[in-house]
Design a protein around this ligand. Structure first.
Ligand code: COA
Length: 168
């Protein structure tokens, strides 16, 4: 496997970042134009997949940030008594280049994001991971254990959550 996962460095130039195409226009525009400034401002942290066989080409990424959800948003999970504000991690964006989809790279990124969430929980507290799933990705996240918080809101993004207790 020539694909490596590493922390995105906004000071570097990644080959292929400006041509990134995961088949999702909003995510493509984000990677091409907003990823670097957003990470520079510490609004999120990004991890990237680069392919050494293609000159370290940018082939996938996710961004993650701290987040807070109201406990009422988690009622679908029947978690018992909890405070009103719940600290968690938020997976903000996730994408894999179209040519590399179906090669378990999205899963690799998610395993890394979930292990980071476990680490953050140990260090500063986090009840789990929140995300707003694109309609086409809801099933992908369900397979990882995420629950739909308000049902499937297609064509809008659907809020989903995976508590720390469900992160293996
Ligand atoms: C969603 C995405 C990140 C998945 O990445 P990927 O590398 O293709 O996924 P993987 O190869 O790791 O797939 C893991 C498993 O999930 C399944 N899967 C992948 N995408 C899926 C989807 N959209 N719906 C249902 N199942 C999906 C795969 O078939 C695979 O199953 P298997 O383990 O039985 O073979 C990728 O398709 C993508 O970038 N999509 C466009 C952008 C997007 O929708 N991002 C999410 C925004 S919230």
């Amino acid at each position: 496997m020539t694909i490596e996962l590493s922390l995105y460095d906004p000071a570097l130039t990644y080959s292929g970042q400006k041509q990134f195409d995961c088949g999702h226009a909003t995510l493509n525009a984000f990677v091409r134009h907003s990823l670097k400034p957003q990470v520079k401002k510490h609004l999120s942290v990004a991890y990237v997949l680069t392919d050494a066989a293609q000159g370290d080409r940018f082939v996938g990424f996710y961004t993650i940030a701290q987040h807070m959800v109201d406990v009422s948003a988690l009622s679908a999970l029947s978690l018992g008594s909890l405070p009103r504000k719940i600290p968690c991690s938020r997976l903000v964006m996730l994408g894999v280049d179209q040519r590399h989809q179906g090669q378990q790279l999205g899963s690799k990124l998610m395993r890394h994001a979930l292990s980071l969430t476990r680490e953050v929980a140990r260090q500063i507290g986090s009840f789990g991971m929140y995300l707003d799933a694109d309609p086409l990705a809801v099933r992908f996240y369900q397979r990882l254990g995420f629950t739909l918080l308000e049902g499937d809101r297609t064509p809008e993004p659907s809020p989903m959550f995976l508590p720390l207790s469900g992160i293996g």
